[in-house]
Write a protein that binds this ligand. Structure first.
Ligand SMILES: O=C(O)CCC(=O)C(=O)O
Ligand SMILES: [Fe+2]
Length: 388
């Protein structure tokens, strides 16, 4: 399960970093044969009006929602981004505190008043629907090629008996533009390509503002943010979950944590599906009008020296309605290092994680073996390793 999760949430440009071989290794089947074969489109599978889904989509071990009474479930915090930058000191401080508590205790929050125009968001919603409605001949031109992650696809088929998720994805690297895949990005149909470009720039601005607020409230120096992130990199993953005749037995996306720093998710459809692990319970994150769902990824947990949490989440499906989400992943630029920010390390708070170069970080992420819950656990400095 974990190797699949890693493929799902690496969300990076790794092959651009000269790591082609590592990616291919992660796609090898257990018997060593290369299996980067194409996985069927779930949208096409779903069209066949089956009463039962093929066995490869059946997951025997789906963790149920622990709480039977939805009204008793805790609510994911909501942050007003405009208040974070308010000229009113009290308003600003109150919102920064909320941001801190949300990032520390939840690892997730919804953001309102984020400044991205509703008209642009609506164009994106329309554009992604049209993208997934393209005829198969058109989608073929935008399909993942062997050894690559960008384009349409499900995920790499690591072995014949690996369980599959009930989702089709379209993955693109958006920023910086020179990292874009030359046969995917230019071929995205217009006007969606232009809207995607604008949306990606706007969401980058939102991510940077949130990071700025977090840095202020967690006590991280501006220089550290600059040093660790540089201009940053950004990728987008559009998730399309068709209705499913056996929703209890399949999963849209397995429980995972995101591998980058910050994820800004737009729930395109007014349909529930996203759930996050909070105090041992799966808590739904219902779509909120004009909001983004933001979560902390592994990289930000490391950078904040464990102050902020990268939390497990998953996407469930239902039998009636399709669901679409657009996840935008913002992470550090390729040049830097991933490790605790120097301003958050001191005698009182020793470094909890090792520092690695960005390529080494992602290389390790990809090649990790065995039943380790999370890659960041491998980077955790054990108490006995800490030298004062
Ligand atoms: O569809 C969703 O709500 C979650 C998507 C997600 O977790 C991801 O793309 O990493
Ligand atoms: Fe995710």
């Amino acid at each position: 399960m974990y190797s699949t999760d890693r493929c799902v949430c690496v969300h990076i440009y790794i092959y651009k970093m000269g790591l082609e071989e590592e990616i291919k290794v992660s796609m090898e089947a257990e018997d060593g044969s290369k299996k980067a074969t194409r996985v069927a489109s779930v949208k096409e599978v779903a069209k066949e009006a089956l009463s039962r889904v093929p066995d490869r989509y059946i997951h025997a071990d789906i963790d149920p929602l622990v709480c039977n009474s939805p009204s008793l479930l805790p609510q994911v915090p909501v942050i007003d981004l405009s208040s974070l930058f308010s000229g009113d000191h009290h308003v600003k401080e109150t919102e920064l505190r909320k941001l801190h508590v949300a990032s520390h205790q939840w690892g997730f929050f919804q953001v309102i008043n984020h400044g991205v125009r509703g008209e642009l968001v609506d164009k994106m919603k329309k554009g992604v629907r049209e993208l997934f409605d393209l005829p198969m001949e058109e989608k073929d031109k935008l399909w993942q090629r062997e050894g690559e992650m960008e384009g349409f696809g499900q995920m790499f088929e690591a072995s014949e008996n690996q369980k599959l998720n009930w989702v089709d994805v379209f993955y693109v690297i958006t920023l910086p533009s020179h990292l874009r895949n030359s046969h995917i990005f230019p071929n995205i149909p217009m006007p969606f390509k232009e809207d995607l470009e604008e949306y990606s720039a706007e969401v980058r601005g939102v991510a940077r503002k949130i990071l700025e607020g977090m840095a202020e409230v967690v006590g991280m120096k501006k220089e550290d943010v600059k040093e660790l992130f540089g201009e940053g990199t950004q990728a987008m993953r559009i998730n399309y979950y068709p209705p499913c005749p056996q929703p209890e037995d399949v999963i849209g996306i397995n429980a995972h944590t995101d591998g980058t720093a910050l994820t800004v998710l737009l729930q395109v459809s007014d349909v529930e599906g996203l759930q996050i692990k909070h105090d041992g319970v799966w808590v739904p994150v219902p779509p909120l009008p004009h909001a983004f769902v933001v979560n902390i990824g592994d990289v930000l947990q490391i950078i904040t020296n464990g102050e902020y949490k990268s939390v497990e989440h998953r996407a469930t499906v239902n039998s009636k309605m399709e669901r679409i989400s657009i996840a935008t992943f913002y992470g550090p630029g390729r040049e830097g290092h991933i490790g605790p920010a120097p301003s958050l390390v001191g005698p009182e708070k020793p470094a909890q994680f090792k520092t690695l170069s960005v390529p080494d970080y992602y290389k390790g992420f990809i090649s990790k073996e065995g039943p380790i819950k999370s890659y960041i656990d491998l980077l955790r400095i054990q108490n006995e390793d800490i030298t004062h």
